[in-house]
Design a protein. Sequence first.
Lengths: 194, 478
Amino acid sequence: MVSKLQAKPAGRKVDRRTFLKGAAATLGGAAFLGSMVASNFEAAAQTNQAWVIFSDIVRGSGGSPVGTLCVETSVFTQGEQIVFRVVTYDGKTGALVNTPDEIEARGLKVTAEIEGQASPLELRFGAHPPKTPAADQHFYWAKGWLIPPNVSGKLSYTIKVEDKDGGKGILEIAGFKDGKYFDPFPALLSIQKA
Amino acid sequence: MTQQTMARPVQLPRSGVFVGQLNLTPDHGSVSTRVAVAGKDLPPNARLQLIWESYDARWAIEQRDGQDWNEFNGINFNQRIELITAVETDDQGSLHTSFVVPEDYGGVHDVYLIDPHQDQKVNKAGFRLDPNVTLTPQSGPLGAPLTVTMTGLNAAHPMEGWYRIWYDNVQAGLLTAVSTRGTAQAIIPAVGRAGKHLIEVKTGAMGQASFLQVDVSPFAYLPLFKFEFALTAGPPLLPAPIEEQLQPENPVSEPDSALGRPLLWTDYTNVPARSALGLSGRGLPPDTTLELFWVDMESNDVNEDFFNTRYSGRRSAIGQVRTDEHGRFSYRFVPESLQGGARAIEAQLDGRLLAKTYVRMTPWPYRLARKSYAIGDPMELEIDGVGWTETEKILCLVYDNSYIGYVCGNDLMGKVVAKFSATGAPGWHFLQVYPAIYKKKDYADAFETPFLYRLPLLNWQDLPHGFHCNYAFQVTEK
């Protein structure tokens, strides 16, 4: 099942709002449009990145969840599972690249690097939620991370996309870059003691 | 207190896989909380540093010609890193120390353990700096100044940095702490009848009204504060006469270097509207008659193009001056303009600009027309010297701690005349004037949280060039 959101024709100019709407729709409509979805939209335009990334995070069912599952939250607790969710757009054409065939053809790989953690998480592309009629599913990249008992504070991470031709996209959720605070979104995200 | 500021700000190391564990006890608290730091399974016998990660914030106001200009662009942030203390692990890789939470912005701060020699992050732990509020005094007569002090406001967060004061369930205004490192202080008068009154400080990021179910929202961790105040009988405490509430003028000395270029300067950086002002010049053509001009800013605020206000300078002749044989002059005058904010003064010769300077005109509030009003009587509050920019052009009126509305300085080029009615029980009543932000450059953003617009900023010192004054008057039955 392909997402309800259709890819934009190649070469058509797509503005930020179109991207946001598309990303929100593709992420299952759970995203709070424009503020809870993080993107490298501007950075990709300025630095000619090959991929535009839209990403949010939700509480997963793994570990010991302390709240509603599969919804966005700003404060996670040690022992909970964070699920990273991503959709990708072609940075040159503005087209959503979000079907299994497109993903395979472009050879996409998506990872999440969390500050201080040794190994990047490899996100998997698939239909969500599981055990749901295909007509109600959405495709996106996802991967859960069980918060270790020794991690607390702000949640800083980087989403990286790379295709088989070496084209890249980078979304940094770090709060500060080169001493400048660049997005209020990270201020929402923190991990507290269990 | 073991905290010290490093001589020079440092950047955090950019990388490092975390090692061992770092624990803070408690992991949240208000300013001045003592926090125990315990680490284990860390590199043994290592000389490390404990770092408090924070930020500096300032209102982002358009800059032009060295002046705070028109547009309001939100808030700018810069990362700030402070050394808490140097630490050394034992031969088992453990460490123990403590620190006192500094007065700083609220929200989550990362406390990093870094190895400065390897330029590596070793580990980190989060500390949430909680907001806290105090109210003093807890009792007093009518008009007693109640000082509400709030620490731990987080200006970088859409919800954690914005609280409002409510007095007996009416809204007095907004508390912000952008330029004041997380601390806001507001002084409001005790109003109403003798007896108990309730002062609440509640999160106020969501538009004009208060969000009344924070406790079941994702922001349930935000505390709400409630105080009882006992209003006692006795003579009221009234504010100083309005003439004594003018903002102080800052005198200026002659600039000591200008490389011989033509130069103008005023004898004060700021003066209230309608005040005399000294203007001096040097480096100008000797024995020459110059034209002096005052530049006001005209807007098209009140038209169909409301969302795209444009401004243009309007020059008015101040007069002519004659320079001496050294190219100097001194001139004293009272500006006819009533427009506040940064005002340009130009010296021209045959229509050619030779030199320019700025003086900041500050508000001049008038006395109320009468000392007492019957219930329902119309009242007027008049102020000259109101600015023209998004952060200076409106002033909010708070009547008995209830926000009743605002006036704008652009309708009458710096003069405002607020019209409202006398209400309340017979006796003394209080009126306060506060600054506010009119709108943001990106108007769509203004509908998002935090909503900061057209609300009285009770911690008025937080806003550059903020203006505040107090009135008292009596209401009678007839």
